[in-house]
Design a protein around this ligand. Structure first.
Ligand SMILES: Cc1cc2nc3c(=O)[nH]c(=O)nc-3n(C[C@H](O)[C@H](O)[C@H](O)COP(=O)(O)OP(=O)(O)OC[C@H]3O[C@@H](n4cnc5c(N)ncnc54)[C@H](O)[C@@H]3O)c2cc1C
Length: 596
């Protein structure tokens, strides 16, 4: 089994050379004092060590042992507690957190790099810091000063962990029909009653306290999503001096048995009059929870990318070691019985497809991180507004596209191993099982696609889409004279034109067909993702070209050749996707029930 090694050269290349993140940080006064290139580099280096040496080695054992439930208590796999403690000691939970409450305040362009390494090394364990960081974001944005002071420092440090409690047995996507109730107690607190299912890390033995962020309805709440409120519900009540008090009235009823991420606890949580406190305003809980969910959505997209990176690492190593058959052009290894797999065109197709999605995807997650940084730290109102729009547009693409392709790339990596990918020994089957959930949780990918198409694109009458199209068009304009981009600029411009045309067509279809956005959504999201990755590959070419000539390491010259592969062998899928979207909703909406 190939051990995961944090791809530090790739990460530094994307962060520093493709996006020149240090210049972005220096350009924004609120960030300039906080992070410089040396600090960022030391963080990347340390993240690489912790994830490669401490967290990745537990991935297999975690899958085999799983979490154990005993009378409401959950025991984590061997080594998880110690590894979580390492995460706490390094302050990794609070890497991007608010410094006023103990966070490190690092920019997202840096934080996404840590997130990728963490999730690639061990997705099951990585979910704990990810959920905690998301919980902190929601509390910081919507909680009262008193709640923030009481809870944020221990959440940022990771001494306490966070969990997100939305799903109920009868409602996942449609949260408006939830049944969990919250009764006001007249002293500022509430009592929560109901059952939540599928709650990741809802109970465990790694942190001293677990702070649940629970969606529930007040007695007089309006029906539907506008009647949902968000509550902070700690496992142990917290005294005024910050010490832990009595245990709250809720417990973990059982753990789900599941396909993958077996090292993580997926809990049924029973709230029996549990004491909680409102976060944000009454009946505005969904909006407050969305602060957390949007964070998690990019985080889950990064999980997909991370799984694909892990898959690429092992498949690449295997393809150079395993010998089968001879190269079509003659023996590469005449002194051996057969040549390595990598000589075969179809194996190269698989490896390069993985490289195309992984390296393009890493650039895309950093691109979204860049807009998140501008939205948060820029002093310029126009820039901030534009960045907020782009983040809203790109978040569902990052979640759905990176996880759909992430899962596919785990399967492709498995295929490189042949039968050895199907058995446990090499770890590929675990990757496939682990990556699958990323397409489902945090809003199934069909819902992400609908969010992109119906809410963001049609809902803004194309205005949010224009922000992306303008950014891409400006790049094409600026790079007209760049000789390195000569083979790429015209297919890139054609890809943008195709996406813009299709967008206009769906806007038109939606005027008199309410099913049009839903029918277009999945293919449109893929089309968007393919186009955005072409944009990312063009950016990669700009950064790599000056160093590619005479590059004996193959790092930079390999980037140019993979860009060529992406444009010639992967991007053409966009043509078919566009054709499919253009056909409208008829072929899927005309079936009568008995015609399915
Ligand atoms: C391992 C695991 C961990 C999880 N962790 C958490 C957690 O920590 N906290 C938490 O609250 N939840 C968690 N979940 C729940 C998860 O977020 C939900 O399962 C997910 O959001 C989908 O909800 P559902 O399962 O009820 O599916 P449903 O809502 O029943 O959807 C079923 C299918 O129908 C589609 N669909 C539904 N409505 C529409 C529509 N309007 N238009 C088009 N298509 C639609 C969906 O896309 C999906 O494909 C977890 C789930 C699992 C399995």
């Amino acid at each position: 089994m190939a051990d995961y090694k944090a791809p530090l050269q790739e990460i530094r290349f994307v962060m520093n050379e493709v996006f020149d993140a240090p210049s972005l940080w220096a350009s924004m006064p609120r960030l300039a004092d906080r992070v410089d290139p040396d600090t960022a580099d030391a963080i990347v280096e340390e993240a690489g060590k912790v994830t490669t040496n401490v967290i990745a080695p537990l991935n297999r054992e975690g899958d085999e042992q799983g979490c154990q439930w005993n009378n409401g208590e959950v025991t984590t796999p061997e080594g998880f507690r110690e590894a979580y403690q390492t995460i706490v000691e390094g302050g990794w939970n609070g890497l991007g957190g608010n410094p006023d409450f103990g966070g490190m305040g690092m920019p997202k362009t840096l934080v996404v790099q840590f997130e990728e390494m963490l999730q690639a090394s061990n997705m099951a364990l990585g979910l704990a810091p990810m959920l905690t960081a998301g919980a902190c974001l929601a509390l910081d944005a919507h909680g009262s000063e008193a709640l923030k002071e009481k809870y944020l420092p221990n959440l940022y440090s990771g001494v306490w962990s966070g969990s997100m409690d939305l799903t109920e047995p009868h409602c996942g996507t449609d949260l408006g029909i939830m049944r969990t109730r919250a009764e006001p107690q007249g002293d500022g607190s509430y009592r929560l009653t109901g059952t939540k299912i599928f709650i990741t890390w809802g109970e465990h033995d790694m942190a001293e306290n677990i702070v649940h962020f629970v969606l529930a309805k007040l007695p007089d709440a309006p029906k539907g999503p506008k009647g949902i409120s968000l509550f902070l519900v700690p496992k142990f009540l917290v005294n005024d001096d910050g010490s832990l008090g009595e245990r709250n009235e809720f417990s973990c009823g059982s753990l789900e048995k599941k396909m993958g991420i077996k090292g993580s606890a997926t809990c049924v949580m029973n709230f029996d009059g549990a004491k909680g406190w409102l976060v944000g305003e009454e009946n505005k809980g969904l909006a407050a929870m969305f602060t957390m969910m949007n964070y998690e959505r990019l985080g889950v997209g990064i999980q997909g990318l991370a799984a694909a990176e892990a898959s690429l690492q092992s498949a690449r190593e295997y393809a150079f070691e395993r010998t089968q058959s001879r190269a079509p052009t003659g023996a590469r290894n005449p002194d051996k019985a057969a040549d390595p797999l990598v000589v075969h065109p179809d194996v190269r197709r698989m490896l390069l497809t993985m490289k195309g999605y992984v390296e393009g995807g890493r650039a895309f997650s950093t691109y979204v991180g860049q807009w998140l940084d501008i939205a948060k730290f820029s002093d310029n109102d126009d820039d901030r507004k534009k960045a907020e729009g782009l983040v809203a547009l790109l978040t569902p693409v990052a979640k759905a596209f990176l996880t759909d392709r992430g899962f596919d790339m785990c399967v492709v990596g498995q295929q490189v191993f042949g039968g050895h990918g199907y058995i446990r020994e090499w770890g590929q089957e675990q990757l496939v099982r682990d990556a699958r959930i990323t397409q489902i949780y945090e809003g199934a990918n069909g819902i992400q696609a609908l969010d992109l198409m119906a809410r963001k694109v049609v809902g803004s009458q194309g205005k949010l889409y224009e922000l992306f199209a303008e950014d891409m068009a400006a790049f094409i304009e600026e790079e007209q004279a760049n000789p390195a981009l000569e083979p790429f600029l015209s297919p890139l411009a054609a890809a943008l034109e195709r996406l813009s045309d299709v967008t206009d067509q769906v806007l038109e279809q939606a005027k008199d067909d309410p099913d049009a956005p839903g029918a277009a959504s999945a293919d449109y999201t893929n089309l968007f993702g393919m186009t955005a990755l072409a944009f990312m590959w063009a950016k990669i070419v700009v950064a790599a070209a000056p160093k590619a000539e005479g590059d004996s390491s193959g790092f930079y010259s390999g980037k140019l050749k993979t860009a060529q592969f992406y444009f010639q062998r992967m991007l053409p899928q966009a043509v078919a996707l566009a054709e499919s979207v253009r056909s409208g909703s008829g072929s899927m909406m005309k079936h009568a029930d008995n015609e399915f």
